[in-house]
Design a protein around this ligand. Structure first.
Ligand SMILES: CC(C)(COP(=O)(O)OP(=O)(O)OC[C@H]1O[C@@H](n2cnc3c(N)ncnc32)[C@H](O)[C@@H]1OP(=O)(O)O)[C@@H](O)C(=O)NCCC(=O)NCCS
Length: 333
């Protein structure tokens, strides 16, 4: 019996309507449009109205994915939400999404893998399809990064935005779909990008709030170096073990953390610019949402067609690393 393969059969996206430009940020911290654009590639990002929970963004993206495919929420078997900004510590945002969507038959859970969250969730969701356990899995990457950004810290607050993306995974009938995945963690790098307070190691207190420890903290240059190296290593690993070379890749969809990281990975892999998707200028780093948002951009720009070899790659806090290789199967867009 041939192996059941999981394929992406639909996609939905949501970004809040409010746009924050680099000029807006320059009013809050000592920065400039020029610095942000040249160091990161970001021009603007979408941000929620304060107090909007991640589940609202996740549900909007999931609804679009389901509607596009003509699938009712009640048909969904499993909901996986990748996020580092859950609505609350518990219950899982997946539970809240299940309720808001009316996905009454589904079970679900959250995955915390920061910027690699979507790829971890995609890999996880694919397993349930490949084993034959499930037929319809919703994989959602959603983050309200503005809820954990320190708007007095220019080294972090300019980098992130809010957004969500969702894909539906179903068993493949044409042999296309997710071919392989490769993941790593390296916890020794955990202090380079983290939110120190709010967990069991440092419960929230007056002191943690006063010291602004419930916000993103990052050593940007360490993360930068690690990211460039690992985007390339993970991509090469997943290609090589499937007897492909970078030349075989039709579309490279990388986590959108910094345009310079993507450019350097592209150069090292020897990929031409036209095969690489970039939309960071519009959204900033939306953490778990960047890859589905970028897949959406690739579809908008008709840069992925049926049968294309698509390479997805991410590096995130943890450190977490992901590379997923897929033979694309076109769906109505
Ligand atoms: C954050 C990042 C853009 C900084 O770029 P960089 O070229 O490494 O810049 P540096 O950190 O070396 O800082 C250079 C200078 O710019 C300053 N600077 C930092 N942020 C600034 C800002 N928003 N505006 C103006 N100046 C800024 C720094 O204070 C530093 O000044 P100094 O030399 O006087 O100390 C870059 O390191 C990066 O993108 N890292 C990875 C981040 C990431 O992707 N995180 C998500 C993980 S997936």
């Amino acid at each position: 019996m041939s192996k059941i393969r999981a394929k992406i059969t639909s996609l939905g996206r949501y970004v809040p309507g409010r746009v924050m430009t680099n000029a807006d940020l320059a009013k809050l911290v000592d920065t400039s449009d020029e610095w942000i654009r040249t160091r990161t590639g970001i021009s603007e990002r979408h941000v929620v109205e304060k107090g909007t929970p991640t589940s609202d963004l996740a549900v909007a993206a999931a609804r679009e994915a389901l509607e596009r495919r003509g699938v009712a929420a009640s048909e969904v078997d499993l909901i996986i939400v990748a996020t580092v900004t859950p609505d609350m510590v518990f219950p899982a945002t997946a539970c809240i999404v299940e309720d808001k969507l009316g996905a009454t038959r589904a079970w679900g859970f959250d995955i915390s893998a920061a910027c690699s969250g979507f790829l971890y969730a995609l890999t996880m969701g694919a397993q349930f399809i490949e084993t034959g356990a499930h037929k319809k899995v919703l994989v959602i990457g959603a983050d309200v990064m503005t809820s954990i950004l320190d708007y007095t810290d220019r080294t972090t607050c300019v980098l992130f935005g809010d957004g969500a993306g969702a894909v539906l995974l179903e068993p493949s009938e044409d042999g296309h779909g997710i071919l392989d995945f490769y993941h790593e963690v390296d916890g020794s790098g955990r202090s380079h990008l983290h939110m120190p307070a709010g967990g069991s190691a440092m419960p929230v207190s007056h002191e943690t709030v006063e010291q602004r420890l419930h916000y993103v903290r990052q050593d940007g240059s360490q993360v930068f170096k690690y990211a460039v190296r690992k985007f390339v290593d993970a991509s090469r690993t997943v290609l090589q073990r499937n007897d492909f070379t970078p030349e075989d890749v039709d579309c490279f969809v990388a986590h959108q953390a910094n345009a310079r990281i993507i450019d350097s990975a592209r150069e090292r892999l020897g990929l031409p610019e036209e095969k690489v998707v970039k939309n960071i200028h519009r959204y900033g780093n939306t953490t778990a949402a960047t890859i589905p948002l970028a897949l959406g951009t690739a579809l908008d720009e008709k840069r992925i067609k049926d049968g294309d070899l698509v390479l997805l790659a991410s590096v995130g806090a943890g450190f977490t690393v992901g590379a997923v290789l897929a033979r694309w199967s076109a769906f109505g867009w």
